[in-house]
Structures are given as C-alpha cells and as structure tokens.
Write a protein that binds this ligand. Sequence first.
Ligand SMILES: [Zn+2]
Length: 445
Amino acid sequence: MKHLITTALALAAAPAAAQTAPAPGPKVTYIHAGQLLATPGQAPRGNSTIVVRGGKVAEVRDGFVAPADGATLIDLKDRYVLPGLIDMHVHFYSSGYPMKSRLDGSGKDKEDAFVDAANAARATLLTGFTTVRDLGAPEPRGIRALRDAIARGDLEGPTIVNAGRMISVTAGHGDANGLKEDYAHAERADADHLCNGPDDCRRATREQIFTGAQVIKFAASGGVGSNIAGGLEAQMTPEEMKAIVDTAHAFGRKVTAHAHGKSGIDGALRAGVDSIEHGSFIDAETIALFKQKGAYLVPTMHAFESVIRQGRAGERPPASVAKAEEVAKVVKDSHRRAIASGVKIAFGTDSGVGPHATNALEFGYMTAVGMAPAVAIRTATVDAAALLGRADRIGRIAPGMDADIIAVAGDPVADVARLNSVDFVMQGGTVRKQAGERALFPARD
Ligand SMILES: [Zn+2]
C-alpha cells in the first residue's frame, strides 16, 4: 500500500519536474578532418567528420557534416587526423639525463620525483601520445597515484598502464648497482622486486601486482644502463622466468621482458612472455621463436641512440658505456632483420633513458632500418593497442572507440618526421592541445 502511495505522489509531482531544465546529455563534438587515417595500415579516408559523444567516437561520416544543434565544431580541414599514439615503454620517474639525475637524485625526495614524473607525463601527452606503458618506476606507489590522477582528470597525461618495479635477480639489471654500500642498502630497503629462485620470483611478481602493477616486467638479461659489468646475456634461469610469466598470466597480467643478449631473449620467449623490450642480439633462431610464440618486439631505438650519444659525451658511467658500444655494433642489424622477416613490432622508446616528449623520433629510427612509414604508424596505434589487450578501445578511430585523436599538418605517411610536430591532441573527448598552441613543457636541450 505504501508503495502505491509513493507512486501516486511521484506521478502528481511529474508536471512540476517536467518544467525544470532537462539533464544535459553527453557533450557532442564534430571534428572536420581534411584527411583521416582512421585505421593506420589502411588507406586514409579523405574529407571526413568524426562525431564524438561522451568521450567516445560515436560516428565517422564521409565529407564535412554540419554539426547538430548544441554540438561543438573543431575545424581540422587543413590537417591530417589520426588516432592518439601509444608508447609501450616509458619511465616517467627517470629524467633522460643520467649524470645530472644521479647528482640531483641524492637531494630529491619522492614528492619531488612525483612532480617531475607528472611534468614528464603532461609533456608526453602534448606531443600526441595518449597512452603509454610505464615499465618500471622506483616509486611504484607514485606511478599508480599518477595513473589514477590522470584517469580521474585531476592531472594531464597519457593513460598509463603501469608495471610497478622491474623484477630482477640480485646483482641483476634491476638491483641497486654501483652505489656505495650504505646507499645501496638504503635503496634496497624495500626491494620487493629482487628475487632468486622460482618460488621467490613468484613472490616478487605477486608483490608488484599487490602494489598495483597492470603489467609485469622483468629483467631477463643484463642491461646497458645499469652500472655493473654484468654483461648482456641471460641473468635469470629458465625456471625463474617461467615462474614470473605463469604467475602474472594467472593474475590476468601481460608480461614483458627486458632482454638484450640472445640467451636472455630466447629464454624469455620460451618462458612465454608477451613482448621483448630492446632485443639487441637477434638471429634466425630468435626470429623463429618470436614467430612461433606470437610475441612482440619493442625495439626502443630511441634509447639506444640516447645511450650511445650520452656515453660518448661522458654522461654515463664506464660500465654502462662499454655495454652501449657493444650493443651499438649489432642492434640496427638485429632490428632490420626482425622487421624484414615479419616479427610483430610494437612502438616503444624507453623515454626516461633519453629525454621525454621526443618519443616520435622513434618513427624516424624505425623507417631508417627498413620499416615502411605506414607500418611504423601502425606499430604505435593498432599494434600497440593489440599488445596492451585494448584493441577494442584504442588505436583506431571508429564508433565505440575512445576519442583519443591527434592531428598534424601534412601527410605523416609520406614523412614520419611530421609526427614530431603534433599540434592537436584530444584525449577521451577532451581537447588537450589546440592547433597552433605550443607545448608548455620547460624547454630543454
Ligand atoms: Zn626501460
């Protein structure tokens, strides 16, 4: 009975409610695109209209369609429009200036480091990268806070898929190498990412997931950047790698392995990783393994270029320079071979090793070793989205996809260097950068 009365009262009140303004619907934006590369790897569509509703692409129509009543119009008729770019390998907590940050680091607390990371994230977004994987931060709680702040819209930056800390063996690429002992002990005080033996590596994987990691990264081999003469070959046993991969997959996380030397790459592929970062030493057997497993290579040539340049300029410690020179001799041939033989490639820079907000330089490095420009753009959109497991949300401009949309003047398929000058960025339907505006990141060399 009470229910009926409530309903009657509600009905009686209905006319009054109808007189108040209707609740506003989702924001609608029409984008007039001179050229539209809706699905990188396919032909562009020519004059098109993208209708964005509530942060998603609602429609893509041929020609320039007049906006509906109340909708906003964005005129990109003289621009080449494409999906927001995706970088599979950045480190927002690193600066890209190794010696300077080593000195700065001793005077910076984690609050200072968070501000630097937030600035790097914003600068990266403004160059057209609307999604990144952050593959290892000294402050996993900080990168998670940054990820969540960006997702809420409290801070500007790309959508972050975070790895927490890189899992490593003791004395491996992820340990606190090359510091005086009391500093090293301080660095290792909460080292939940160091593991030895399969059981311990299962624990380290679960620790990263506990701290909020959405993807797991481990150091299968030595690394160029670590200040230890530990070589570049496998540092983990096959059992340790398999323990990490199986544990991460059981929790629904993808796994990527930092690997330079052949034994590290092959071991990680056999253990079942979803991708390999760097991949410096690649031969025919390694290529066959990539294909058999369906794993992606993330070449990070941006980092190699930076490390070699920094090493020769005396900006890296000697143990790191020696490894950089060793890699420099072979890495371009390795990547050229992998690309020519059809290994799946996803775009990644390792920015943080080199300077942030120069990610698009990677397109030039990829085409220099034989990748077609259209394919290079596909690796940073369609292919990266597939490796992330988000191909249904990002990487293309089509109905139902997130409205992550960028624009450049001129055809980037004819000249990939144009992607160094992205001058329009929309993220989830919100304009982050207008054509003609400059990035507001403090200028560095
Ligand atoms: Zn890295």
